[in-house]
Design a protein around this ligand. Sequence first.
Ligand code: AIR
Length: 207
Amino acid sequence: MTRSQTVQDLVDHLRAEAETDRAPEATPDVGVIMGSDSDLDTMYGAYEALTELGFEEVTDYDDPPEVRLTFETYVVSAHRTPELMYAYGETARDRGLDVVIAGAGGKSADLPNMTASIAYPLPVVGVPVQEKSVDSVVGMPTGAPIVAVDAGKSFNAALSAVQILARKHPELADRLEAYRDDLQDGVGEVSQQLHKSGTEQFRADRE
Ligand code: AIR
């Protein structure tokens, strides 16, 4: 039992939700968690990627968005709120999540690796919020897996999460392809422009 009422309320909410029998269409597919709201600017990349790929955010389990694929977002601190981390990881699967994106910063960035162990076999994509967090996120012992991206690469974490989901939802593979086509177009356009303008002019035009 945690001594914080707000944390206890969250724990109760997650555990009650795990007991609720909702259709898969009505539950979030991706969970996004971070150790502190100070991580939000870095973790915003995951929000951008998910929304760009057509996901919408669930803010009320009783009133989910109409689109099929959704995500939820919480702050969960491994060290400040360990009970919440346990409740989150233990209920993730029963609440309908198929993959979790977990970010944490500092040298003891334990939320991604601990959530990966607690939520196992659910896949967890870890985001080291800072460079100094990389070792603690990726340094899992044999038998305890985590998928992880480079420091700050929460956008890629979301792409990896969507790749995992695409095995179950083929429409996501199409959206991922369309995203990459756009990316390639961007490179193609800039390459043509650089070649056509010449280096000096291209630089001047960019300023
Ligand atoms: N953190 C929070 N609880 C446990 C950890 N490791 C991390 C957060 C954040 C950093 O500590 O993920 O990156 C600093 O948090 P804050 O809240 O002090 O800004």
